[in-house]
Design a protein around this ligand. Sequence first.
Ligand SMILES: Nc1ncnc2c1ncn2[C@@H]1O[C@H](COP(=O)(O)OP(=O)(O)O)[C@@H](O)[C@H]1O
Ligand SMILES: [Mg+2]
Length: 349
Amino acid sequence: MRAQRDFYEFTDVFEQIFLAAPWPMLMLGEDGAVLGASDEFGPGAEGTARGDSRGDAPLRSRAAHYVAALRGRVPWLTPQEADSVRTLPSGALVYERLHVRRTPWGASLVVVDQTDLRQLQTSDIQTARLAALGFMVAGVCHEVTNPLTSLHSIVQILRAEKQPSRELLDKGFDNIAVNVKRILDISRRLVKFSRVGDEPRFRFAVDEAIEEALYVLRQDDLLCHVELQYRPDATMTVFGNTGQIREIFLNLFVNAAQAMSGRGTLSIQTRSADRMVEVLISDTGPGVPTEAVGRIFEPFFTTKSRTHGTGLGLAISTEIAHEHGGSIELRHTDSRGASFCVALPKERA
Ligand SMILES: Nc1ncnc2c1ncn2[C@@H]1O[C@H](COP(=O)(O)OP(=O)(O)O)[C@@H](O)[C@H]1O
Ligand SMILES: [Mg+2]
């Protein structure tokens, strides 16, 4: 009954606000009922909306979807922003930013279409990535040429032998396997990096990405004898693409596990610092070699054997962090271990 009364009391006010607002807007009552939708007002609307030219449904019928994308309950006492992704009947995705404010009758919900902006951002990111790859190309050629030269020599040697011994064959095949693996490692990493799919960004608990990366490490038996010091904190949320951020943690955890040769303590601490969430990852390995400190973020820089490192982990992780408006830095290193700090924004950068 109350919602009914409010509706009649506020309809005129709504109309004024709707006509003044440049974006689609919903008015919700204290109980979550839709009291008005801006597409039901204005010329030609006559109190009902039939959706728009893209085949999008009327605003009123989208309310439940938007409410589900928000935290907490109607009428939301504190202002809130959230992102929503919807599929139109044509299959096209619509990215929208939701803004919620408390009102005397409940809440107002403004819906800003950001699909075009997102496409622009995605193509900007793609361009930046391709530029970063461009810088890497000379390095890639060099890196791939070495194993290819080895492969070439091995094949020549095996060919030259009329009756190669079992020992020579075994050595030859081992060598071929190592070199092929190296080329594959490099190309797989670069292919993954060059691809910016339509990967949406959301706010999520950074724990999710950390846990997923730890899961991969456990699957690969990299943490068997490593003591893990990590207290998840669900309040630490960041804005970004979960898969890409997981890649950052995976690279840093693998580095830590490799530095400790599988034995030691891996400590992961999350803390809130102004507009960022900082994740400090410390290990008890031998630390970064002094002469390497200034170069570890360079693509293809590695102090590891050809089978263990491509030198792309930190370079790619840094690129991903920058794309998200964050950073990675070496915070501390000495003979008792190294600490890396990953800073990621809490909100859309
Ligand atoms: N936790 C760590 N402890 C010691 N050295 C590290 C650590 N993480 C990275 N490094 C150094 O940085 C180099 C580059 O790391 P990265 O870019 O991940 O390439 P990769 O692991 O393939 O060598 C490593 O070869 C190593 O020398
Ligand atoms: Mg690495």
